[in-house]
Design a protein around this ligand. Structure first.
Ligand SMILES: Nc1ncnc2c1ncn2[C@@H]1O[C@H](COP(=O)(O)OP(=O)(O)OP(=O)(O)O)[C@@H](O)[C@H]1O
Length: 627
């Protein structure tokens, strides 16, 4: 239910003076009643706004918003719908309307219609899809920020100093919405400026430092992304005086944010885990979030995931800690989960949803291809082949696990390539150094795990190689999105083997949808059933070793183990046999009659001993013989 629904329910049965409130009623979609309606209403004695009002949820449902992400999706605004519907209801009312049609469509309505058409055109041109009530017009230039929304000029200059000349589509629509204080769910392709889309309006609204404590919190799924957002925040707020902090060490942060010192800061960028640690450890929370005015969840679908990978439980604790009743929330991501959308509709106040381009699609600026490598060891040949033919650094290579990252690193480090690896086993300091060196172009090829798949903005990555096939479509979109950012062109090559065939169709479809060529048969592969799809999403194929050398080494290791265990078993057996022999020789056994089975086993033993004696005899004989 949005604010207009609430308004409609509250005003049920109330008659409005159309002369006085004409403009407002028109804005929320109540057309001037004709005579028939007037009579009906009088008879019923009510003025049921909700019945007259087109329900946006049913006409322009969230499903439309999500599913009609295709190009032919006709963006219809809430106001547009209302306007059309007011005309439609008048048309339906028959004769009276025919005469009065020209009166209803007043000059002002015509102007409104034209304006609306213009807005629709802008949105269509930029692939902007919106859902919600009363969505403002998109901004087209930075000047509009200053002139219409009175945004701090220092902030706008900081944008220009970054080399930005015009707003990106997500910024065009998210800026006016957030500047009006609206809660937003924003989705736009990778590398399309979502960070600035939420930073600019909030930095403006904070109105400089206020010594109140944290008023703006940004949550990011990884430390690397939090660091990047923190840096961007400092860059954009330069000259405004806002103090931005990132939690790198929780113990230091605890001392820093104690009840008094926390007042020094305005903005906090962190991962949910670190914040939770501060909120829950000890008797009193190590951080006060009661003054938070804006809470932004970046990579929202990742943070909303349930289970060990997700942060859903942590988010609940953080929401609770942001106890300011006026706190506003905004969620952004390149990929869109129905669950997040559903949550937003239920929990956010008059939420506005903005989506750029088709839902869950890879960036069109990335040239994507699939490369069949046969089996696991074929990948290393393929990779060396790509690197040998010539490549333009920086290059990112994604692998499935940290073990594989280490193995691949060992392989490439001797190939005369400036290569390094980043994964969860490396210390924070090492990770920071690697990221820094990669940004500085001291490292040409960076091997990484899923850790670096989301949000990280390395300028000018030319090539992304999915050495291991991604676990899901979502993972694919984020991984290849590390290149082709901010309208630069990039390339992504995805290796696949027969083990990856079950997931091939979905990834091929994504590549096909973004306008790149994939073999036709891949698109017609059988779709997995619902249950299979779920298990596929959760599991990854067990991959062998990266290098053939490791395979041999492992085989040798196991063969040695098997030999060892065999010889151990034999030794044990021999020991047991000697024990039996000793027992046989004991006077106790001579006295006692043997059981039938014992008799057989002793017979067997004797035969074996005889055999052993014979072989020993033969060997000694052979030794004595001249060669
Ligand atoms: N208006 C703009 N004009 C030009 N470049 C911009 C603009 N806004 C942001 N950028 C640049 O675009 C790049 C990508 O921005 P950002 O990291 O915010 O993308 P994103 O949409 O958050 O990507 P991801 O989904 O991968 O997190 C950055 O290098 C940023 O500096």
């Amino acid at each position: 239910m949005n604010s207009y629904d609430i308004f409609r329910n509250l005003t049920r049965g109330i008659k409005f003076n159309h002369k006085k409130f004409g403009d407002d009623l028109q804005r929320i979609g109540v057309s001037k009643r004709d005579k028939n309606q007037e009579q009906n209403i009088d008879r019923e004695g009510t003025h049921n706004l909700s019945e007259r009002e087109p329900k946006i949820e049913s006409e322009f449902s969230s499903k439309d918003f999500i599913e009609n992400g295709e190009e032919n999706w006709n963006v219809k605004l809430f106001n547009d719908r209302i306007f059309d519907s007011s005309l439609n209801t008048s048309k339906k009312s028959g004769k009276n309307h025919k005469d009065g049609n020209s009166n209803i469509k007043s000059e002002r309505q015509k102007q409104l219609e034209m304006m609306q058409q213009k807005i629709n055109r802008i949105r269509k041109l930029n692939g902007i899809h919106v859902w919600g009530s009363d969505i403002p017009e998109p901004l087209l230039s930075f000047d509009q920020l200053v002139q219409e929304y009175k945004v701090n000029e220092v902030l706008v200059n900081n944008l220009i100093n970054q080399g930005y000349s015009t707003p990106m589509p997500i910024q065009m629509q998210a800026w006016p919405l957030m500047l009006q204080g609206r809660e937003v769910l924003g989705s736009a392709p990778t590398g399309s400026g979502k960070t600035a889309a939420f930073l600019v309006p909030i930095l403006h609204q904070l109105q400089g430092p206020k010594k109140k404590g944290f008023r703006f919190v940004v949550l990011a799924p990884t430390r690397e992304l939090a660091k990047q957002t923190h840096r961007e925040c400092i860059r954009l707020s330069e000259g405004i005086g806002l103090r931005c902090h990132i939690i790198s060490n929780v113990n230091r942060a605890r001392k820093m944010f104690g009840a008094h010192t926390a007042k020094k800061f305005d903005i906090l960028v962190t991962t949910p885990n670190r914040l939770i640690y501060l909120l829950q450890e000890g008797d009193t929370p190590g951080i006060d979030l009661s003054k938070v005015e804006w809470l932004v969840i970046d990579e929202s679908d990742r943070l909303f995931e349930a289970g060990i990978r997700g942060f859903r439980d942590q988010l609940a604790v953080i929401y609770k800690a942001c106890s300011n009743p006026l706190v506003k929330r905004a969620l952004f991501s390149a990929t869109f989960a129905f669950e997040v959308q559903h949550w937003c509709k239920l929990n956010l106040d008059n939420v506005a949803m903005v989506s750029i381009g088709a839902r869950n699609s890879a960036s069109e600026d990335v040239k994507q291809e699939l490369l069949f490598c046969g089996a696991e060891h074929g990948k290393l040949f393929a990779l060396r082949d790509i690197l040998r033919k010539g490549y333009k650094p920086p290059v990112l290579i994604f692998v499935q696990t940290k073990e594989r990252a280490k193995e691949l690193f060992k392989e490439l480090v001797y190939d005369n390539i400036m290569v390094d690896a980043i994964h969860a086993d490396r210390t924070q300091l090492q990770r920071d150094k690697v990221v820094h060196a990669f940004r500085e172009r001291k490292i040409w090829v960076l091997i990484c795990t899923e850790l670096m798949a989301r949000g990280i903005d390395f300028k000018g990555v030319n090539l992304v190689i999915n050495y291991d096939f991604p676990q899901s479509v979502i993972s694919y979109i984020h991984r290849v999105g590390r290149t082709g950012r901010a309208h630069h062109v990039g390339r992504a090559v995805t290796f696949w083997t027969l083990d990856d065939k079950p997931k091939l169709r979905s990834i091929a479809q994504i590549i096909h949808n973004s306008g790149h060529v994939v073999p036709e048969w891949m698109l017609t592969l059988e779709k997995p059933g619902k249950r299979r799809k779920k298990t596929l999403q959760r599991t990854t194929p067990v991959r062998g070793h990266v290098s053939q050398y490791d395979v041999y080494r492992e085989r040798e290791f196991f063969q040695k183990k098997i030999k060892e265990t065999k010889s151990r078993k034999l030794a044990k057996k021999a020991l047991r046999e000697t024990e039996v022999q000793e027992n046989d020789a004991s006077p106790l056994n001579i006295e006692q009659p043997l059981a039938a089975s014992d008799e057989i086993s002793t017979k067997k033993l004797k035969r074996k001993h005889q055999k052993v004696d014979m072989t020993q005899h033969n060997e000694t004989k052979r030794k004595k013989e001249p060669i």
